[in-house]
Design a protein around this ligand. Structure first.
Ligand SMILES: Nc1nc2c(c(=O)[nH]1)N[C@H]1C(S)=C(S)[C@@H](COP(=O)(O)O)O[C@H]1N2
Ligand SMILES: [Mo]
Length: 449
């Protein structure tokens, strides 16, 4: 099926990770054919001398999509509620979560990435939210799910989902990013598309109860109890230590809602922890227990995994905050610019410290920078969408974005990041991403120091 948006001035969506040489040749041939046909009919319509510049604005004469009434204008459409739960158009079937080609996965430990290249605005549709499971996912019967709060509390309590749904809720928009996002790029360029370099990233409106309110109901000892242990109900018994000051800020939620409906099973239905600004592993899914304690637990998920190997050979622990980071999502790796001319460069920026203050974009590999437009809303610890105009002259170009957050933190280059962190980490890679556009318009993943 040819892509509906495959025409000059537009970008062909990457259908899969790598485009093979044959597929690239087919796209190029398609572009040549399109231009020749459109040029011939446009010249015929406008008279001799009509230039190629008129192509984009002028419908080719004889275009059947203009001349003939389509079927859908002449027939009765589908009845309401043909589908009780709405689904995307059949023409959008390529925009799905995918597993990375370069990643070894097991049935137990697995990840599927969000297709950032095809998305608009800042909210991730729930069906495209990335998935990261340490022991697979379950669709848990909410009537059988319980949340226990114990440890340094006056009255240990057990809540049903009904109990939680009766309490006053709040709704907030936040990003979630796995600490291992972009992890495969530490050594060198590892994967071809933005889906795989940055797709362990999503942003939703979450609805739920503030954890601090429940802790107060249980009479938690906030003087001694400076830490929490959050535990999931899946087979991995995922457990993470959460510092109490994060909870006291009122930001940490016991969420049951995501984008206006209940959480999806893959994302922790019926209850998950939301820890804004902090790496995804602390957002415990299928949350069944919160324990109040006086020191970090040092569990397997924080002693062996999600630690940063530093150049001196020592592991850094509990680096949970996600530092400021940005990425151009289109044009991006695997896409092809079908013609010279105008393009809107678009992307996302986010920071675990608060709001994004500024994003600059370079089209020459970091020599010159121009400020991008930040689209509203600009929310704390949420994705921020940026856009900037660009005219491609057909010569090789390197596209980069660099963000600054409200704390003044500037997103580092790969050179700056590696100078501090070395090359042997897996987690917390927030370096500037570079996309190379070659003379054929093909966009690929490269690293610029
Ligand atoms: N109970 C439980 N919680 C979990 C996980 C898990 O496997 N089990 N994975 C964690 C990791 S590593 C991440 S990055 C996020 C991913 O959330 P998502 O699958 O909703 O995108 O959930 C976290 N919470
Ligand atoms: Mo993660």
């Amino acid at each position: 099926m040819t892509e509906w948006n495959e025409r000059p001035g537009r970008i062909r969506r990457a259908p899969e990770n790598f485009l093979g040489p044959a597929e690239i040749e087919a796209v190029k041939q398609g572009r040549r054919d399109f231009l020749r046909k459109a040029f011939l009919s446009a010249s015929a319509a406008l008279g001799a001398g009509a230039g190629a510049a008129a192509l984009a604005q002028t419908a080719p004469a004889g275009d059947p999509a203009i001349l003939n009434l389509p079927e859908w204008s002449k027939t009765l459409g589908m009845p309401v509620a043909t589908r009780g739960y709405g689904m995307p158009s059949q023409y959008e079937a390529g925009l799905i979560r995918r597993q990375s080609p370069g990643l070894t996965q097991t049935a137990a430990s697995s990840v599927a990435f969000t297709p950032l290249q095809g998305m608009f605005g800042i909210i991730t549709p729930s069906g495209l939210h990335f998935e990261r499971h340490h022991q697979g996912w379950h669709d848990i019967d909410p009537s059988k799910h319980r949340l226990m709060i114990n440890g340094l509390v006056r009255t240990p309590m057990v809540f049903t989902m009904e109990d939680l749904l009766r309490l006053p809720p709040v709704s907030r928009i936040h990003f979630i990013e796995c600490g291992a996002n972009t992890g495969m790029e530490w050594g060198n360029v590892a994967v071809p598309t933005v889906q795989y370099t940055h797709g362990m990233l999503s942003c939703s409106e979450y609805t739920g109860v503030r954890l601090i309110d429940l802790l107060e109901m249980c009479g938690a000892d906030l003087k001694k109890g400076r830490y929490l242990l959050a535990e999931g109900a899946d087979g991995s018994s995922l457990t993470r230590t959460i510092p109490m000051e994060l909870v006291e800020s009122g930001e940490v939620l016991l969420a049951y809602g995501q984008n206006g409906e209940m959480l999806r099973p893959e994302n922790g239905y019926p209850l998950r922890l939301v820890v804004p600004g902090v790496q995804g592993v602390s957002w415990v899914k299928w949350l069944r227990r919160v324990e109040v304690g006086d020191k970090p637990w040092g569990t397997k998920d924080e002693a062996v995994h999600y630690i940063d190997l530093m150049p001196d050979g020592i592991h850094r622990q509990y680096t949970s905050l996600q530092e400021a980071k940005s990425v151009i999502t289109s044009p991006s790796g695997g896409q092809i610019l079908l013609d010279k001319g105008y393009y809107n460069i678009t992307g996302l920026a986010w920071s675990g410290r608060g709001k994004i203050k500024r994003v600059d974009v370079s089209t020459d590999g970091g020599i010159n920078w121009r400020p991008a437009r930040l689209e509203t809303p600009i929310l704390s610890k949420a994705l921020t969408r940026f856009n900037i105009d660009w005219v491609w002259d057909g010569k090789p170009a390197i596209l980069q974005s660099r963000c600054v957050d409200e704390s003044g933190y500037v997103q580092p280059t790969y050179g700056q990041l590696r100078a501090v962190r070395g090359t042997r980490s897996i987690y917390h890679n927030n370096a500037i991403q570079s996309w190379l556009v070659n003379e054929a318009g093909e966009v690929s993943n490269v690293q610029v120091l």
